[in-house]
Ligand binder design. Sequence first.
Ligand SMILES: [Fe+2]
Length: 351
Amino acid sequence: MQASRRLFLKLLATTAVSRWLLDGVQAAAHKKSSETVVSSERGDLRLALISDLNGPYGSTHYSATVGQGLDLLSQLKPDLVLCAGDMVAGQKISLTDSQLEAMWSSYQSTILNPLLQKGVGVIPTMGNHDASSQRSGSRYVFARERIQAASFWERQKNLLGLQFIDAKDYPFQFSVRRPGLFVVVMDASSASVDRGQQRWLEQALVSESRSPDDCCLVMGHLPLTAVSVGRDRAGECIEDAMHLTDLMQRQRVDLYLSGHHHAWYPGELKGQRVLSLGAMGNGPRRLLGAQHKSDPSLTLLDLFQATKTVRETTFSLKTAEPISPDSLPMQLRSKAFPSLDRRSTHWSYGS
Ligand SMILES: [Fe+2]
């Protein structure tokens, strides 16, 4: 009895020491990868791209990977954070106004304020869980959610560190500029981006405020074509996207950013450079043709203005390490949507 107790205590001690050692190794690995991140060459402008933070319907909590993403952002010190939507967990008719308010309040205290307090500018985009533009006849199905989102973002407008160019329909569609950067946000919170919005987008892109030296980004929640398994169906990608793709190419858009498919993929669609962002929170998905689910992730864009080049780096929020683009399929194919080719994560911008 005494011998077995001694053996048990010895095993316990060995396990505890092993765990302590393992924790030490893991902590050192995380520290090392963080140091690599911080020491990598910083662009003249550093943008962090995040998307899809929400938990289950009505939730005021964010998952551990969102916390890990915020920690990483603290080390990366971006000038601006661009969020491609799904910041709260709406898109449910039964959610009350006070539940919607509580979700936005949690977003403000957990995500937005910590970034703004560090002097980081924030560009939001409305996702289907924030303020869906889905219609039934002439009415918005989630009209109350759109009113709540508009009210919340109106209160934040002057705190976001942004120079607005066209903000008549902020926060649903608007444009902003910083020296060397021009960003247009459109309302792709449902699959319907109508002709009126496409005309507005074209006008926004020919603005006198846009310089030929600017890197021009367009951001919307839904992508132009299918990226992930389960989202390669009607309603999950923008309808009539070839018209929009042609418009973006005609107006020399350097990159179209989207979320919603919860899988990182730097792609090229009929010559247009696009970027599908991984989810920061729950529900990572499998890329079309891939075996495993994508890691939760965030992407960094470093802009080098003298050479007008961009370096994209995408970090797994499981490991805090960069993910190699070589690990991604060369092409994403789907039956109902145009295929997407993998592209380089180093590219030139401007005309
Ligand atoms: Fe979404």
